[in-house]
Write a protein that binds this ligand. Structure first.
Ligand code: GRF
Length: 216
């Protein structure tokens, strides 16, 4: 069975949503390890409650960024991890991990990529004045939020939205599409062709783009 390793920096609600979906039996995988880059990440407490092995690895304790990712890679490999999930991990992942897990590292970004990549997806979308934003699950490459897109979901942006109200609306969608992307991976249904990720088996376009105006 697929073993999943998680990297997190904070709250860990996406980590929780994925593990809950696994525990419901909807994803054929086992959560093997959670690594946090912050000692006080709430995700660590969630892992504790869920009975999932967890550890804090301090980036400052390594000579270089590459060494930090080598350490993470060896913890993941030691547990037979086959998919690494970035669940609110606020760092750019570097080569040692990406080379060990090619197209096997997934991230979620709270905007419709390639728009508003980077750390301030919600604020940048509001400042730009878009009427639709959303979230994107993608495979991770060496860039910042630039890897092949797996699933996107769209959310409306209202005139009176703040970063808080918009992020709340988008987070609900994150908790739907991230477990769904992991499920497809676990079932061996994701095929990467260059930038395009194809889902094997019969699916309708609605399965790729979740539109909350018709589905919520
Ligand atoms: C989410 O908005 C995610 O899109 C972004 O960081 C946030 C993490 O939330 N990458 P959580 O830690 O999963 O609750």
């Amino acid at each position: 069975m697929l073993k999943i390793g998680f990297l997190a920096s904070g709250r860990g609600s996406n980590f929780q949503a994925i593990v809950d979906t696994i525990n419901e039996g909807a994803i054929k995988a086992e959560p093997a390890l959670l690594v946090a880059d912050k000692a006080d990440a709430y995700a660590i407490q969630r892992a504790q409650k869920l009975g999932i092995e967890h550890m804090y690895l301090d980036p400052g304790a390594y000579k270089s960024k590459d060494e930090y990712y080598e350490a993470i890679t060896s913890e993941m490999k030691a547990r037979g991890v086959g998919l690494v999930v970035l669940a609110g991990f606020m760092r750019i992942v570097r080569k040692p991990l990406l080379e060990a897990f090619p197209m096997k590292v997934m991230n979620i970004h709270p905007a419709l990529l390639p728009s508003f990549a980077g750390l301030h997806g919600h604020g940048d979308a509001l400042a730009y004045g878009v009427k639709v934003s959303g979230c994107t699950v993608h495979f991770v490459d060496e860039g910042m939020d630039t890897g092949p897109v797996i699933i996107q979901a769209a959310a409306p942006v209202y005139d009176d939205d703040t970063e808080e109200t918009l992020s709340e609306r988008i987070l609900k969608l994150e908790h739907r599409i991230f477990p769904e992307a992991v499920r497809l991976f676990a079932d061996g249904r994701l095929e990467v062709h260059g930038r395009r990720v194809r889902v094997k088996g019969n699916r309708s376009p609605e399965d790729y783009i979740i539109n909350p105006t018709v589905q919520q």
